[in-house]
Design a protein around this ligand. Structure first.
Ligand SMILES: *Cc1c(COP(=O)(O)O)cnc(C)c1O
Length: 336
């Protein structure tokens, strides 16, 4: 099976397994795991933030961030297709008593500064007030769009003019950084917190990192405990995470493979695949997406329906150029 459903399907490599085995560990809830502390310090440095916090998943990182930035009842301004709104089980409401005011970004998922102003609600005796703006980069549902740093800056500045803090869901921020050939820290200059996943393109088995200023992370650490995310000898998880963090440049290979995959699929009757910006390929289909996914599965290519007539395929560390070519051949056979 050539598994192109997501970049989360990678298996940890030997270096990661060895790092986990050999990790020096302690009780991280007491702050005593040296490997976790090292991962958090390195991640903070790479992201240009004071401090960072290891969390079990990207979802928990976003939810902890939202809870830490806000008070119950406040509004959160999110892009309508954003992960934190669409794919996290309504967690903003469930965990933090927040309500979402979705705004429609452009076709790449960019929110303009005027939209931030337009969505803003001032707290008064009737209205709860806007408590947070979230941004997403790369934008998953829009097809892995790598949003330029100045677009992130502009939206964040608009929020700050209104005294609203900003969280960046950068589950795949390193893909955006590689696509724009800029350091990840360039994308976080104007935001108050950022979440990155170690378990997607970077290939770690478990883990995400939430970063922000020292005071924010101190409060986020308590919220993580509240939500059940305090882990004990978590160096076992952090050690492969450090290996992952140091392999950011390899994402360029996934982007090359994604372009090759899209070009191949675009040549098949009934499929349209615009050139991807990162490792996510979204294909428009003439037949219903569910039928295309089923046909692909029969020939050993796993992908996911992403709308009624859209299919998503992701490149990642466990598929190489040869696998991509083979996948295109098989899909062509299945559909023609
Ligand atoms: C995957 C993803 C998350 C959540 O990460 P999990 O580790 O799967 O919980 C959050 N935001 C975006 C944009 C994602 O793609």
């Amino acid at each position: 099976m050539i598994d192109l459903r997501s970049d989360t399907v990678t298996r940890p490599d030997d270096r990661m397994r060895e790092a986990a085995r050999d990790a020096e560990v302690g009780d991280d809830v007491y702050g005593e795991d040296p490997t976790v502390n090292e991962l958090e310090a390195r991640a903070a440095g790479i992201l240009g933030m004071d401090d960072a916090l290891l969390v079990p998943s990207g979802t928990m990182g976003n939810q902890v961030a939202a809870r830490t930035h806000t008070e119950r009842g406040q509004e959160v301004v999110c892009e309508r297709q954003s992960h934190v709104y669409k794919w996290e089980l309504g967690g903003l409401a469930q965990h933090s008593g927040l309500q979402v005011r979705p705004v429609d970004g452009d076709e790449r998922g960019v929110i303009a500064p005027e939209q931030v102003h337009g969505a803003h609600v001032e707290a008064d005796s009737h209205r709860p007030g806007t408590g947070l703006l979230t941004l997403e980069n790369t934008h998953n549902s829009k097809g892995g769009r790598a949003i330029a740093p100045d677009r992130i800056d502009a939206a964040a500045r608009a929020a700050h003019e209104l005294d609203v803090p900003v969280h960046l869901d950068g589950a795949r921020l390193f893909n955006a950084a590689v696509a724009h050939d800029r350091p990840a820290s360039r994308f976080t200059a104007e935001v108050d917190s950022v979440l990155v996943c170690l378990s997607k393109g970077l290939g770690a088995p478990i883990g995400s990192v939430l970063a922000g200023d020292a005071e924010f992370i101190e409060r986020a650490r308590r919220v993580r405990k509240l939500m059940g995310g305090g882990m004990r000898q978590a160096g076992i998880v952090a050690a492969p995470g450090i290996v992952a963090l140091e392999s950011r440049e390899r994402l360029a290979e996934d982007h090359d493979n994604a372009r090759r995959l899209a070009a191949g699929l675009d040549g098949i009757d009934g499929l349209r695949a615009p050139e991807p910006e990162t490792n996510i390929v979204v294909v428009g289909t003439d037949d219903p997406a569910e039928d295309v996914v089923a046909a692909c599965e029969e020939v050993g290519v796993d992908c996911v329906a992403f709308g009624d007539y859209r299919v998503r395929l992701c490149t990642h560390r466990d598929v190489d150029r040869g696998d991509v070519d083979e996948a295109v051949d098989r899909v062509e056979r299945a559909l023609t």
